[in-house]
Design a protein around this ligand. Sequence first.
Ligand code: GCU
Length: 606
Amino acid sequence: MNLWLNRLVPSVPADLTGPADLARYELNNAGIRAEFNENSAMGDAWRVEPRLDGSFLLTGGQTGLLYASYRLITGLVCGEEFLGSLSSAPKYALRMINCWDNMDGSIERGYAGRSLFFRDGRISYDPDRMRTLGRAMASAGLNVLCVNNVNVHDPAQRLLEDFLPGLAALADLFRPFGVRLMLSIDFSQPMRHGVSSADPLDPAVRAWWKETAARVYAAIPDLAGFLVKADSEGRPGPFSYGRNHADGANMLAEALKPFGGYVVWRCFVYNCRQDWRDTRTDRPKAAWDHYACLDGTFAGNVILQVKHGPFDFQVREPLSPLLLGMKHTNLAMEIQLAQEYTGHQIDLYTMIPMWKELFDELPADSIMSIAAVSNLGDDENYTGHPLAAVNLYTYGLMAWDPETDAKEAVTRWIRLTYRFAPEQEQTLAGLLLSSRRIYEKYTAPLGIGWMVTPHSHYGPNPSGYEYDLWGTYHKADRNAVGIDRTHAGTGYLDQYPESFRTKYGDPAVCPDLFLLFFHRLPYSFRMKDGRTLIQRIYDDHFEGLEETRDLARELAAIPFPEPDATVIRARMKLQLYNAGEWCDVINTFFHRLSGVPDDRGRIIYD
Ligand code: GCU
């Protein structure tokens, strides 16, 4: 079973009593002598002091001791020497994985098989695999696991009802790993129980949620809370009753407060039935328009979970303005490990360079938690593509410390997972770190996004969403492409602070890779390096394909063990095909529209 530590050290036993017990087991197993100084006030934080006799003194809360142990074990596996004392505390309180698993066993946007938690409408799991996952999460510093899809399909509502004991048993399994469960709930759930509405201001609704919270917390006292997708893509929510999202979230927060639970309320709210002829609505503006005016009105145990960009996990989006503009509200940033728009865990796409860019833009204390949509499934290797596990691991490191160095994190994962010679490690780290940029080059150009095959979101279809109702248009014609989102255009840029407006507002200054996100430009527009926009589009696509070929060649030279070697080879073949499709379709699309030839005379099909 392939998730870093499990590759190298035997699995953990079933009879663990808690995180400190697990920490002792792991250290013994790794041959590390240690003494524990438990200090519950430290929580997840820890300190490690090496002693002269070769042992270590570990100080921390129960979970802190566990994190310290994993830090020691993973460090030693990676050849680190622990000569001086080390201490650490996580930057974010909740470091969450959101699984989009349905109870029939399918996974929304899942690319690694079926659900690890559900099958045929019931809870169903392999306890050994749960422990492997718990260990993987703990060793990466992750502490919250939401097991069910944010789109709560029947019978997932029953997780709060007759499936509760099963869920409690699952929570017991994860507890020694310091991992708390979270549950996605259906805002209209009271109506399944004879309550006439789900209106958050209706006393009967409030009473129902309070009773439910008490029942749930009696079964799972450390449940992290509820995750809510409301008034979004057809899900029920407070809007049906003329209420706003603070009314909705605060109502649930009141019910969870006595038990220390959080309401994690997603901000993915936009008009998903837009008429493409409507040029006044600009989808990226939606989240800000709904929530910015509510800043300061949310209860202390509400966390607004905001997707990192204003659209939906495209390869390149600017940081969501909502993450910058809600200073009096708890925020979590949501990222997506599941490669929905980024290659379906077929194409290589290592995400940490992209996260680093996001964190560079994010002021230090603007968010207090972080969530990632899971890339897990019941495939033997858990992530479909064996190399996609690097995203899960490095996400954990970033969620603990956003200053984490991308190359070090990737190298650490390689060392924990495989045993390669140092040059091979370096080569693989380089390939992984360049994979996002390569993917970006052969897909939709310069921040425009959305040129994917509708619904599946794999492969090119430049106008697949153009006359549809999702608000994701590029408006390419024979002269120009893109949407003007500056003050003179849709006004989206006005939602940002001054520094962002300066950075992105003028096409002459705006970073190339964001040009078509913010501007509508003629194909003859001169880029900073003198190339025309159309030439840059052609060049990126040809280069992206060429670089994929190089990537495939270099990856083939790395001696992966089986079964990884076979899976990696097979997926690379598919990626090569995909890159070729993207390159040709996008270049042909723009060539047919613009009539401008490639100035290097390469083949573009007409
Ligand atoms: C995207 C994705 C959906 C998902 C939604 C969400 O739109 O395609 O499958 O439900 O995001 O984040 O809620």
